[in-house]
Design a protein around this ligand. Sequence first.
Ligand code: KIV
Ligand code: ZN
Length: 537
Amino acid sequence: MESYVRIFDTTLRDGEQSPGATMTSAEKLELARALARLGVDVIEAGFPAASPDDLEAVRRIAVEVGNAADGGRAPIICGLARASQNDIEKAWQAVRYAARPRIHTFLATSPIHMEYKLKMSPEEVVSRVKDMVALATSLCQDVEFSPEDAGRSDPEFLYRVLEEAIKSGATTLNIPDTVGYTIPEEFNKLISGIIQNTPGIDKCIVSVHCHNDLGLATANTLAGIAAGARQAEVTINGIGERAGNTSLEEVVMALETRKPIFGLHTGIDTTQIVRLSKMVSNYTGIVVQPNKAIVGANAFAHEAGIHQDGMLKHQQTYEIMRPEMVGASHTKLVLGKHSGRNALKNRMQDLGYNLSVEELDKLFARFKLLADKKKTITDADLEALVSDELYQPREIFTLDGLQVACGTMGMPTATVRLRGPDGELHVKAAVGTGPVDAVYKAIDLVIDAPAILTEFSIHAITEGIDALGEVTVRIAGSDGEHVLHAMQEVESPRSYGGYGADTDIIVASAKAYLSALNKLLVASGKFDEVVSEPVAA
Ligand code: KIV
Ligand code: ZN
């Protein structure tokens, strides 16, 4: 059996389905580019039938990321479709511009889903799978089929459904534990059983897709791989429906760190993992828990004296991976006040960013401002500046000035000056329970967008009193709206994440709030995002 495990990233599809993880189309495109650089084999770019915006976002990714400019190999670009003609045709409309397009179609096979959700008999399910996989293969050579809720399906029935999918031309068979119900031994047996009992499966790639409801997604995925699956469906930081999906970083680093046990490898450049993790957290507003494996802030921190003592004597006493293997090392004293534009350009290239002249100009201006306030500028600082300066949503309102009075002697008061969409300035002042509250109230007086602040988190990027502060917020639009998730249409308020970084944490807080509000304004349709026409492949 081959030793290569394909990494299928679904951060932009299953990940984006996590409550509040909505990303703008510009962010999706940027993330897809970063995933391609990371070396994922397949990018599930979205669910094109969900809305015209989703279709357009997948199409742009197919055009711009699915065709390698330098003659290299671009990742497969995949679109999700329910087993219906409309969904499959929409998925094809979106992915066909990629050099290697894939349609991923699914239909539930568990008794509970067939009876209550689909209201279809098992025979009807088999016949729908046959017809819809055949339709997908008539459009696209590369078709993946998933029997949704396979973890709770009858294995004998699965063998039958999968056999029909293979006969209709499916090339990848993905086995989802949709509700995160199975345990590793059971999932291993399920995959082995499928491989042994499904006629024609030797011509296909078997894939695994696990959810984390019992905290077992990574363990189940590894158990599936041990049984012979050669594609793992994952998301960065493990974001996804409910408790999330299997996290990319955990599976990849388990295979890497325990190579002698698995004897398997992936195409992932592990040194980019932390960068991707930060990017996803900044774009979605979903903060990574500090003790999260591989990418949490404490993943390589040693606090206990006995551990620190051991580490000083030999690094491997308490470290099974080197932080630099995942890009978590904080190189000190990278650049400073006297570093020039070229030094910044070279450092950014080393970090994997190929910036345009305008991007470099913008970043250099921010870098100089920061260097005036902070003696040493680390890689982590540079990453924060990139997120804050370059990877922001379209700016409808920008922060032009901010003044705060606070402390024990009076009422926290903030005055903000915002530049609006036509370049006009708006000045408002407000009193709050603290300086951030006062700033947010003043911003609300300028921008009349019905939103509730649901999350606010702040942390220092590096140690030291002059550190950059990083703020992540999430806001929820107060109007409920119908959102079509992969599984069903639901009424839910959309929420938006925002990110800001500055040496002044009140300024960082204002920027984060504005960035989330700008996303909400763009989504409201009042201010359409500027989307350039894709170039035909
Ligand atoms: O969890 C699931 O079943 C899915 C399918 C669409 C593969 O996400
Ligand atoms: Zn899923």
